[in-house]
Design a protein around this ligand. Sequence first.
Ligand SMILES: Cc1ncc(C[n+]2csc(CCOP(=O)(O)OP(=O)(O)O)c2C)c(N)n1
Ligand SMILES: [Mg+2]
Length: 353
Amino acid sequence: MAQVLPARRDLRRVIGDDETPDREVDGVDARFLLDLYRSLVLLRTYDERSVVYHRQGRVGTYAIFWNHEAMQAGSVHALEDEDWIFPSYRESAIGLLRGMPPSTVLSWWRGHPAGWWNPSDYNVASICVPIATHVPHAAGLAWGKKLRGESAVAIAYFGDGATSEGAFHEGANFAAVMNAPLVLFCNNNQWAISTPLEAQTRAETLADKAVGYGIPAIRVDGTDALAVFEATREAVERARSGEGPTFIEAVSYRAAPHATADDPSAYIDAERVEEEKQRECVGRYEGYLRRLGLLDEETAPGIKAWATQLMREGIAAAEAEPAPDPGLLFEHAFVDPPASFGSDLDDLRRILG
Ligand SMILES: Cc1ncc(C[n+]2csc(CCOP(=O)(O)OP(=O)(O)O)c2C)c(N)n1
Ligand SMILES: [Mg+2]
């Protein structure tokens, strides 16, 4: 009879606090630690500038990922370049960690075609807005890599709410049955817009859901970039060595609105949000580096200035994109476009002037 173990309930941590000391991660050197810091600051800067650009009317509705940076950077730093990333809207800027220019992601949030890239240029799939529909895509790509005898693995990012969607369960089961080299990375920020975790599931932990598929699970503090890195590295190693998928539940608490169009004051506990802000992930990691003596008074501002300048150039480049041709709306929809398309497009061009 198949035997499954309850998912480990405790949260893995590396970065200490008042009660627990810091610990070290095997095989990690000063260069790695500073590279990870650069990635965290780049994502934080992308996010904070994007909220400003939104308020200035320069990008559309934007899904804020403030305090999710440790989950994103920590996990990407455990991947090789050949590995494939399947982001949701919450990880919209994750391609930056693969060398994608900020202007591309900013263009995406501006609804401009320059915001769509060729996934194989970065091994980063398109940003997925429908909840969980990319999980089967990631499982299929991972299985395909295995069938071809390639060593690449895939990682799919999704939220706590996504674990209630059929596509998540289909993808997880498929990956398990096919022993696909997939990491299922669940960003459990405890909210799906205004639906709290306790209204989402009766499962004690989200990691317990993996048990039903015979998939091992790891629970990790989602605001601890190094714990996330270590957990993902283990999952990637399992996948690459032919042992199949792993589910990672990275637990945090959403400390910003769901998106710029959301007003969480209608449902969230403001005090709890304030507490979470006090232990936000970039500051925690900075503290760890300072305790190791790796961050001096010049390094941190220098990295921040680099990231801010990248964003300045990014928004300028996105705004310099010529307006897209409205004809694009009609292309690629039909093999044999209906006859009315011609006059529809003429009407649209007239309206747009
Ligand atoms: C299939 C589908 N249903 C509903 C929505 C509307 N929607 C957008 S975000 C969201 C909440 C998702 O929450 P979660 O999975 O926890 O991810 P988070 O936004 O917290 O990162 C919902 C229901 C959607 N985008 N796709
Ligand atoms: Mg959520």
